[in-house]
Design a protein around this ligand. Structure first.
Ligand code: GAP
Length: 516
């Protein structure tokens, strides 16, 4: 069996990151002044900027730069009628096992409790088996030690009504994917589609989790970035352009590897397809692309891998699921789910709606199959904060080594001292750069050291200092956050340099080499 997703010992590191996230305005507990809501968080100013940049980069990487076949983004409704979620299987099967403390009434996820207390994996276990394990091992409420109820099933969807006074039953969507399936035929037609054909969506999903926990990891409202790639079932190994990435590598934990104790191996895209490590070429392509993407957002390659889910964890209709798992101080967490959903969803919606969702391929009716990479934004944000966090390396404070492409603030513009004409010159530069669309901040409060510290703590890649020499020759100094080295460059270059840095065309080391 594979490993249990168990909380690791280093809770203090998680607390450090979480405190940073709260104190620096990345995250705000929702409805905080009313005591907060478990599993619901707001993104504060820095969090919103980070999410915007992360989503923009994802969009560029997986949609705009995907030129082998079209991928179109949609923005669907978050309320779905009952019938849609009956067809998708969520009404019947989107359930988790729950147990209630008979003394303090705490509701606990039964499988998590058993896994954490007994250190065994219980995926797919029936409620009867879980109840038996709880009774036989005398498991009690982790909070008050009280006796626990029998295990039952709890549906995770948020139920609501459309229309007043007993309107139509509906649910908040538990995943963005279903909107794509029900809109598929129309989108395919209006965009004059041909297989393969991708539809993507970034948006909110809602799950009434039994035990939300670990900050951004298990939430009741969160953001998904999903792509449904519709393919011709006869051509699942013909990803157009696969030969260009044939020798690119990704790390994988196979089923066999899990049975033998969990060794991660590196494979090329070609090997993965030829040796049947993945079910088809599309899956191999996305696992490689995700590897590139995760490295680009600051997660080191040796800290994540794709785990082939074991048969008992895999939905019955799936042709194979591969979770991108990231090693964190609080244990290993799934951050992206990759599923080969076959033609299950389209067929099911055909049956329930009575609509024909097949497409025409050379005069033949074909029901496409689907490959689905599904990313969770909040989990990615937490991974970024944790993996980009750097302890004090002699500078006197901890700092965030955020890749400039996703850093919320690209540069801090600061006059050396709060005096004229330095202040006016710095403000003029600040306004010019903001107008070019790059988010920079102006700061003239406190010593220069304190201002560097504030910038480093939130991962600002560059500090631009305006000093008396700037007034003489229009040059400014740029401080590289990572090395703390400074270079002097011409003021007229600044706008372009910062734009290139914020859009990933320039690295901090290339910037440092630019002494003018
Ligand atoms: N459409 C497929 C789907 O929804 P999933 O594995 O249930 O698959 C995909 O979810 C991703 O969404 C996960 O890998 C995770 O990043 C994120 N996610 C799921 N449930 C979450 C929760 N309760 N809180 C935060 N993120 C969650």
């Amino acid at each position: 069996m594979g490993r249990v997703e168990k909380d690791s010992e280093d809770k203090s590191f998680f607390e450090k990151i979480w405190t940073l996230a709260l104190h620096r305005g990345f995250v705000i507990p929702s409805a905080e002044i009313y005591g907060g809501v478990a599993g619901v968080y707001d993104f504060g100013p820095l969090g919103s900027l980070l999410v915007k940049k992360l989503v923009d980069l994802w969009r560029r990487f997986f949609i705009i730069e995907e030129t082998n076949f079209p991928v179109y983004e949609i923005s669907g409704a978050t309320i779905l009628p009952y019938e849609v979620l009956v067809a998708s299987g969520h009404v019947d099967s989107f359930v988790d096992p729950i147990v209630v403390c008979l003394k303090c009434k705490k509701k606990i996820r039964a499988d998590h409790l058993v896994e954490e207390e007994l250190g065994v994996r219980v995926e797919g276990a029936t409620i009867e088996k879980l109840t038996r394990m709880i009774r036989e091992n005398s498991l009690r409420c982790p909070d008050c030690g009280g006796e626990l109820s029998e295990v039952s099933l709890f549906n995770l969807m948020f139920k609501t009504e459309i229309g007043p006074l007993g309107g139509k039953t509906a649910f908040l969507r538990p995943e963005t994917a279903q909107v794509i399936f029900i809109d598929f035929k129309r989108i395919f037609q209006v965009m004059r589609g041909k297989l393969p054909f991708g539809i993507a969506q970034v948006g909110r999903a809602y799950r009434n989790e039994i035990s939300p926990r670990q900050g951004l990891i298990r939430l009741r409202e969160f953001t998904q970035m999903e792509i449904e790639v519709f393919i011709n079932p006869k051509e699942s190994n013909n990803y157009p352009g696969i030969e260009e990435v044939a020798n690119s590598k990704f790390r994988v934990l196979t089923r066999e590897g899990q049975l033998k104790g969990g060794r991660v191996v590196e494979v090329t895209v070609k090997e993965a397809i030829e040796k049947g490590v993945v079910p088809n070429a599309y899956m191999a392509y996305y696992l490689f692309k995700e590897t590139e993407f995760f490295e680009r957002i600051g997660i080191p390659r040796d800290k994540f891998y794709f785990r082939h889910m074991m048969p008992e964890e895999t939905p019955f209709y799936s042709g194979g699921n591969f979770d991108l798992e990231v090693e964190l101080s609080i244990g290993v967490k799934e951050v992206v789910g990759n599923a080969y959903r076959t033609d299950y969803d389209l067929k099911s919606h055909m049956r329930h709606s009575g609509e024909d969702l097949s497409v025409d391929v050379d005069g033949e009716k074909v029901i496409p199959e689907v490959i689905e990479p599904s990313f969770g934004v909040e989990r990615m944000v937490y991974c970024i904060l944790e993996h980009c966090y750097r302890e004090d390396d002699g500078r006197g404070w901890s700092w965030l080594q955020l890749p400039p492409e996703i850093a919320p603030v690209t540069a801090l513009i600061l006059p050396l001292v709060k005096r004229e004409p330095l202040v006016s010159k710095a403000k003029e530069l600040f306004r010019t750069i903001r107008k070019s669309g790059v988010f920079v901040e102006y700061d003239d409060r406190g010593s220069i050291g304190k201002r560097y510290a504030r910038a480093d703590e939130i991962g600002v890649p560059v500090c631009v200092t305006i000093d008396y020499q700037t007034i003489d020759d229009n040059t400014v100094t740029l401080r590289n956050r990572d090395t703390r080295n400074q270079v002097r460059v011409k003021g007229e270059l600044l706008q372009k340099l910062l734009l290139d840095l914020s859009e990933g065309r320039l690295t901090l080391s290339a910037l440092e080499a630019l002494q003018s």
